[in-house]
Design a binder for this molecule. Structure first.
Ligand code: URP
Ligand code: ZN
Ligand code: ZN
Length: 499
């Protein structure tokens, strides 16, 4: 029997348009969109009057069951995707992080075996390239050409664990470009962090405040700038993960204004709260906020970052959900550098962005859709399968009630973690229904996520037109137009990247 669903009377929101339409779904695909649709009898109908009908969220940055710093993050692929769905997110992108001597392909296979049978929503993977050796180039090619991977993350931090140095980054970005894959960067200066950590610990600063002290804003901004310069000189697009400070956001938005192909991601954590509690008395709370790059103590940071997201200085919101329980965080009770890094956010990201942006009157619903779903779909080449309400797209849909509110709490969240960094925050904007691949998985706010229902989605290599434009750029001196007509032509070429 066909699985049919009609979502009636809602306001459909895409990144470029809001319109009144009913959405008819059959077997997991949007089949019709419009008013007065002719549909088969016996179809379940959801009344979305007064609600927004939007593409389900895409969280491009999670770390489920990640072994990091002597602990394993407690949200696994089941609990993590269940929490995602509860919050209105219908696709997540996790990071393959190799263990020890494991090859990239072995690590990829391990993730697939682990995740495929657990996920409650669709997912795909980026691959973290945590060392550079003579197998790496070939393995990256195999992953792109045979395994549906089109993005790789490189680390400028975590010295002695994951860090690549500049000559390796140069090679890495070149390989990505040649494969049509997206280069992603964790941008913090790992050598400086190493130096500062030694100095702080020697001076007796062992508490959680040492985390941010060892890697202040300019340590992030320097690495963001360096990564952008390398990418730009190679005419390579670059995705900067977890832009966490005003200074780093300025670098990304400034480079974009100069015409560079840089995308910036901000975390729900950085939009929802500042990091000042890392410097306060409550050490449990302080440790709970430790993530990298750090949440900043400057209380104006969240507002600044949401403004950047609104103005397109930054393009994507993610969670970096990498949850460790209080007892795991306590591994660093005598040494801040041993606190496992990571925070929650996969469940609350949509509400945080809606509340801080749309509810507060500074963001249009269309921009909300762009930064929670469509832009990630486009960057990772999942569009228009994901990231849009359109005929032929996957029926991953959230029916969003803008006038309901909830108070975020570990008592009621669906994550495995024993605390929630947003504890006590009241947010407007609640997913009343969440449709995952045509199946109603949040039903009148009641979570009915299904273990193993999601699928792995292959990401094809980056669309070739982007690279054609990049090749064109390489033929001329950067930014130099010799006539007004040429300037116009270049502007048109650049505009292709925004499509
Ligand atoms: O602190 C974080 N973000 N932990 C997860 C690993 C990473 O750097 O993304
Ligand atoms: Zn990272
Ligand atoms: Zn991360």
């Amino acid at each position: 029997a066909q699985n049919r669903l009609l979502i009636k009377n809602g306001k459909v929101v895409n990144e470029d348009n809001i319109f009144d339409a009913d959405v008819y779904i059959e077997d997991g695909i949007i089949k019709q969109l419009g008013r007065n649709l002719i549909i088969p009898g016996g179809t379940r109908t959801i009344d979305a009057r007064g609600k927004f009908v939007m593409p389900g969220g895409i969280d491009p940055h999670t770390h489920f069951e990640l072994e990091l710093m002597g602990a394993t993050s407690v949200d696994d692929f089941y609990q993590g995707t269940k929490a995602a769905v509860a919050g209105g997110t219908t696709t997540i992108i996790d990071f393959v992080i190799p263990k020890g001597e494991e090859s990239l392909l072995e690590a990829y296979e391990r993730y697939r075996i682990t995740a495929d049978e657990k996920v409650c929503c669709d997912y795909t993977l980026h691959v973290g390239v945590t060392s550079w050796n003579n197998r790496t180039r070939e393995e990256m090619a195999t992953l792109v050409q045979q395994h549906g991977i089109n993005s790789f993350k490189f680390f400028m931090a975590y010295r002695d664990l994951f860090m690549l140095r500049d000559p390796e980054l140069i090679e890495a970005f070149k390989v990505c470009k040649s494969l049509g894959a997206v280069a992603m960067i964790h941008a913090e200066n790992g050598d400086i962090i190493y130096e500062n950590t030694k100095k702080l610990l020697a001076a007796g600063v062992t508490g959680p405040e040492g985390h941010e002290m060892s890697r202040p804003e300019e340590v992030e901004a320097e690495a963001v700038n360096r990564a952008c310069v390398i990418a730009n000189q190679l005419n390579s697009p670059l995705y900067v993960t977890a832009v966490s400070s005003k200074s780093a956001a300025d670098v990304v938005s400034g480079k974009r204004a100069d015409g560079a192909l840089i995308y910036g991601e901000v975390l729900a954590a950085s939009l929802g709260i500042d990091g000042s509690a890392q410097y306060e008395q409550d050490v449990l709370r302080a440790r709970s906020l430790v993530t990298s790059p750090p949440l900043r103590p400057d209380p104006t940071t969240p507002t600044y970052l949401i403004e950047q997201i609104v103005q397109d200085g930054l393009q994507v919101t993610g969670s970096d959900n990498c949850t460790f329980n209080s007892d795991q965080k306590a591994l660093g009770k005598h040494d801040f550098s041993k606190i496992p890094n990571g925070v929650n956010g996969v469940e609350d990201r949509m509400s945080i962005v809606w509340h801080k942006g749309v509810y507060n009157g500074i963001m249009d619903p269309t921009r909300f859709v762009a930064v929670t779903s469509t832009n990630a779909a486009k960057i990772f080449n999942l569009y228009p399968r994901k990231g849009v309400i359109a005929v032929g797209s996957d029926a991953d849909i959230v029916v969003w009630d803008p006038s309901s509110n909830r108070v975020i709490s570990a008592e009621t969240h669906h994550q495995a973690c024993d605390f929630n960094i947003f504890e006590g925050m009241e947010v407007y904007g609640v997913p009343e229904y969440v449709v995952v691949g045509g199946r109603v998985c949040v039903d009148e706010c009641d979570l009915k996520a299904v273990h193993g229902f999601g699928k792995f989605i292959e990401c094809p290599a980056y669309p070739s037109y982007v690279y054609e434009v990049v090749e064109e750029r390489e033929k001329r001196p950067r930014g130099v137009a010799r006539s007004e007509a040429e300037a116009r032509k270049y502007a048109e070429e650049e505009a292709v990247f925004d499509k």
